[in-house]
Design a protein around this ligand. Sequence first.
Ligand code: ADP
Ligand code: MG
Length: 247
Amino acid sequence: MAPVKNRKTKRKKEANHSMIVLDNVSKTYATGSPALDNVSLEIRKGEFVFIVGDSGSGKSTLIKLLLRELLPTSGKITVNGQDVAKLKRRQVPYFRRNLGIVFQDFRLLKDRNVYENVAFAQRIVLTPTKLIRKNVPAVLATVGLAGKYKAKPRQLSGGEQQRVAVARALINEPPILLADEPTGNLDPKNSWEIMKLLEKINEEKGTTILVVTHNREIVNAMQKRVITMKKGVIVSDEEKGGYIDED
Ligand code: ADP
Ligand code: MG
């Protein structure tokens, strides 16, 4: 495994600082053995990282720790310069503005149209309406949904619904985007389109992106950094990596 500081990078030096750092992080739920077991990891600004591993290996636990939905049992987690354990409860909503999040099951508001689903994320952070009217069409164009503003989620394909979820995750311009199995409910064509969209956002906006996935073909083709987890431990961390076959 190459040490992080030796990795080749075209990025500018000042843009290359750590966005996510885990220092000997363990998480044990009240029931059972550690879901994460002494994990250390650094992700720099502008990286695109896949997290792969068997079901139960701790991937979603890692995402929940980054979101500060959970606190580690031990160890330190720093996200965007912030020690998450030191956040006071009232600071958590502000902290989460740094994190766009996309889930396997889209989690759209079913009774609202596409525009409202995305605009909602701006209303809760009190963005002026005038700006919302400018920002929502722009982000919908980015995800390839210009012209679908008025559709309700049930009128959209799974791929389109996931694009709405990506737009919603991006509208407040978070420096970090986390996606937990974003293509888990999509067919191969839509899976590719969503991953290519995430890659485009990473390249064009410099958003730091972490994608948990089981999609072996896409991981092998995209040649990104791949972190492989097994039973709560990082068993490999490769630049331009691939999916490691289980034995
Ligand atoms: P993955 O996302 O890789 O499938 P998870 O992070 O969801 O893995 O789970 C890691 C381990 O932690 C598993 O053994 C799982 O059963 C356990 N686990 C996850 N969530 C909870 C919970 N809320 N309470 C108890 N155990 C949990
Ligand atoms: Mg999971």
